[in-house]
Design a binder for this molecule. Structure first.
Ligand SMILES: *Cc1c(COP(=O)(O)O)cnc(C)c1O
Length: 422
């Protein structure tokens, strides 16, 4: 054991694959909105593990659910029933308003599950000829890292030299209703897979009616509307799901005209509060029942530990009013960023919803300016990470208080004001 950060960085570099490029900070503890490095320095976490830690680090209620269940039963496999899965499935069905859930572990697995579900539905219910089903996706998408998913990525880092690519996908521009209308005229379209906000691409926030219109088009054409809410879901954008639009209630409901109910809903990340990999696909019987025993699954999917952790994580969202907090703090954050942008030419634009936001840096996408700003923020006690090129994503845990947010805004303000471009 050592508290020398360089040693840990060197160890990862030597013994681990180089598939990530972390900021040079080595963390050893997290609580709520804070993390601490091995030398004891405290930071505000403004990434929340890509929105997996919406409930804050090591939330005591979620940790308690984990440790209690870990001493009773962790894994049965789905060869047998267990006494936690049924209650979890009923909880999920009630909260999100779908007949059924199919539990998985990682986000990418849940996306794969949705793709399989959509295709099987297309052949068995829509009578598309075998192997001809097409799923429409959007340029700039991020849905995970499996071979099928990277086949329809438009990011060369994600797919270059990982071919041959899986067929059966067509990519259209994001936030373009007309492009969707055109592509839906083609034969054999089974589904439209979309992120309500493109997180990884740089928090691209579409027109406020895009998701609603897209869903209507899908409905009119008998095509499944598949929402990837892995990053945007679970209160992050100021509603339980981002597709809830401007709904002000805490649960998914059909009361608001702008409420969009996907045919297939994909969740992950904050479904566990960052304690354990848990993902889920939800749909009604008409779709979900096309999958029969032996046709899909996962050894760990639906294990009792995951079931208890997910229920605790979702209870925290309701008990601590994280939806309302994300919405209120998000408005403050964007207003304050706008104020900073107007008096400083290093930043040009802020966008986002709830507490999923990004700031665009005034430099070319190939420059290291966004990275350098993140290093300076780190030195000043705030951890954020650049996304594609010159964009910095800001996504703190939703348990943050207004006082803490104001302190973070002054850290950002001071950092950009004193920043000297390399
Ligand atoms: C993170 C993410 C995924 C992939 O989840 P993993 O758990 O990393 O496999 C898929 N879609 C979106 C929108 C994501 O943000």
């Amino acid at each position: 054991m050592t508290n020398n950060p360089a040693q840990y960085i060197e160890q990862e570099h030597k013994y681990g694959a180089h598939n990530y490029h972390p900021l040079p900070v080595v963390l050893s503890k997290g609580k709520g909105v804070f993390v601490w490095d091995v030398e004891g320095k405290k930071y505000y976490d403004f990434l929340s593990a890509y929105s997996a830690v919406n409930q804050g680090h090591c939330h005591p209620k979620i940790v308690a659910a984990l440790t209690n269940q870990a001493q009773e039963l962790t894994l049965t496999s789905r060869a047998f029933y267990n006494d936690a899965l049924g209650p979890y499935e009923e909880y999920m069905s009630n909260l999100f308003g779908f007949d059924k859930i199919l539990p998985m572990n990682t986000g990418a697995e849940a996306v794969e599950t949705a793709i399989k579900l959509c295709r099987k539905w297309a052949y068995e219910k829509k009578n598309i000829e075998e192997n001809q089903a097409i799923i429409v996706v959007c340029e700039g998408n991020f849905h995970g890292r499996t071979t099928t998913i990277i086949s329809f990525s438009s990011d060369p880092d994600s797919n270059k030299n990982f071919g041959p690519y899986a067929p059966g996908f067509i990519s259209i521009p994001y936030d373009d209703v007309e492009a969707l209308e055109q592509v839906l005229k083609m034969p054999n379209i089974a589904g439209f897979l979309v992120e309500p906000i493109q997180g990884e691409a740089g928090v691209y926030t579409p027109a406020s009616d895009y998701i609603f219109k897209a869903q209507q088009l899908c409905k009119d054409n008998g095509v499944l509307f598949i929402a990837d809410e892995i990053q945007t879901g679970i209160a992050r954008t100021g509603s339980l799901l981002a597709v809830c639009g401007n709904c002000t209630c805490e649960q998914a409901c059909e009361r608001q005209a702008t409420y969009v109910r996907p045919d297939i809903l994909i969740m992950g990340k904050a479904l566990s509060g960052g304690i354990y990999p848990i993902s889920a696909v939800m749909a009604d019987d008409e779709i979900m029942m096309v999958i029969q025993p032996g046709q899909h699954g996962s050894t760990f999917g639906g294990n009792p530990l995951a079931a208890k952790v997910a229920m605790a994580a979702l209870d925290v969202v309701a008990d601590e009013n994280l939806i309302q907090n994300a919405r209120a703090l998000g408005n403050i954050f964007r207003n304050e960023m706008q104020r900073i942008i107007e008096s400083c030419d290093l930043l040009v634009h802020v966008r986002g919803k709830g507490l999923l936001n990004a700031v665009v840096v005034n430099d070319s996408p190939d420059s290291s300016t966004a990275w350098d700003i993140c290093v300076a923020l780190m030195q000043n006690g705030l951890l954020a990470k650049p996304t594609h090129g010159n964009i910095i994503r800001f996504a703190p845990p939703l348990t943050m208080t207004k006082e803490q947010l104001m302190e973070c805004i002054s850290i950002i303000d001071n950092t950009v004001r004193n920043f000297i471009k390399k």
